[in-house]
Write a protein that binds this ligand. Structure first.
Ligand SMILES: [Zn+2]
Ligand SMILES: [Zn+2]
Length: 83
């Protein structure tokens, strides 16, 4: 019994490595385990900066319209306008 490993059970965002004390962690794609967890705001930031709509690991295509976040709608509309 290694009770000292309990501290490793804290869920963290795979992008910013912060926990969910400030923002709830979600599993937006089909990755499993701790690698699937991330903040919605981090996901938005990552998708925007990397100019992609799919998870780099599981290739899951994010249904962005269901995120219902104004900043994502704005950035996507901007990207489509430019393209
Ligand atoms: Zn994060
Ligand atoms: Zn994934």
């Amino acid at each position: 019994m290694l009770s000292s490993q309990q501290s490793l059970d804290v869920n963290t965002c795979r992008i910013c490595h912060d926990d969910e004390s400030l923002e709830q962690l979600v599993e937006p794609c089909e990755c499993s385990g701790t690698v699937a967890l991330m903040h919605i705001s981090c996901l938005e930031k990552w998708l925007t900066t990397s100019n992609t709509r799919s998870c780099e690991i599981c290739k899951y295509r994010f249904p962005l319209q269901t995120l219902n976040k104004p900043v994502m709608v704005i950035s996507l509309a901007f990207m489509e306008t430019v393209a």
